[in-house]
Design a protein around this ligand. Structure first.
Ligand code: F6R
Length: 239
């Protein structure tokens, strides 16, 4: 696992945008895994600044979606991905995929999502953030390292963290559909970004802590090509 410590969110965004564009240029990146939340926004902003028309040929797969939130809701991940990723990067909307958390048949929708990733040839580079609980995607503590896309219950900590996006905390959905840790580990390359002191403990546990289902991010220690890109505050607890 490679750890890169940069000064601030803008440097992180520029660095990861450079990695993505280099992959698109040399043909190794055709399928990009995208995350929602605050952490990857500087990456999307940096890509938007560079105004790269060649991104229109890539496919994208989001990590997760709330269950029970209509896609018309501004905080559904369908809406967030459309606003922050598809439009900023000028991707082809037909090539952008988000788990179908509004499906009438959620177990089948999970299987269909795994199949869609497989049909696309797998994810070449997966962008990740990390939650205070150590979750990646919405794989909360105790998630199996072998898990695939499935329905999970959000922890009270994650619901409280995400309450900032909603009018009231009780509006945060209880459940989500998320790629599993096994799905994420199958990406050819993973790049996790984190900023701020509030992420330091989770980053240290993921990078240096024991491999444990209690810190889902520690699963990345098993990945042959994982890079962690953090600012100095998020790196503060690393030894
Ligand atoms: C979002 C996701 C989550 C977030 C994590 C950190 O698609 O999968 O794992 O990356 O909750 O969220 P932020 O970046 O908002 O602190």
């Amino acid at each position: 696992m490679q750890v890169i410590i940069l000064k601030n969110a803008e440097e992180i965004g520029d660095y990861v945008a450079g990695v993505i564009l280099a992959g698109v240029d040399d043909g190794s990146l055709k399928v990009l895994g995208v995350a929602t939340g605050s952490s990857p926004l500087p990456v999307y902003e940096a890509l938007e600044r560079r105004r790269t028309p060649e991104l229109s040929s890539i496919s994208a797969f989001a990590l997760d979606e709330y269950v029970g939130l209509p896609y018309s809701h501004a905080e559904s991940y369908h809406a967030v991905i459309d606003r922050e990723v598809t439009k900023r990067l000028r991707l082809d909307p037909a090539r952008v995929h988000v788990p179908d958390g509004a499906s009438d048949d959620l177990p089948q929708a999970c299987l269909d999502y795994e199949e869609a990733i497989r049909q696309a040839g797998g994810v070449d580079l997966q962008i990740l953030g990390i939650g205070g609980s150590g979750h990646i995607g919405f794989n909360e503590p105790t998630s199996s390292f072998a898990s695939r896309t499935r329905i999970k219950t959000l922890t009270p900590e994650t619901r409280a963290d995400n309450a900032r996006f909603f009018d009231t905390p009780d509006q945060v959905p209880l459940h989500c559909m998320t790629q599993g840790l096994g799905t994420i580990l199958a990406a050819r390359r993973v790049v996790l970004v984190a900023q701020g002191r509030q992420k330091a403990a989770a980053v240290a546990a993921a990078v240096e802590g024991p491999l444990t289902a209690m810190c889902p991010g520690s699963a990345l220690q098993l990945h042959p090509d994982a890079t962690i890109v953090v600012d100095e505050q998020a790196a503060a607890d690393l030894r």
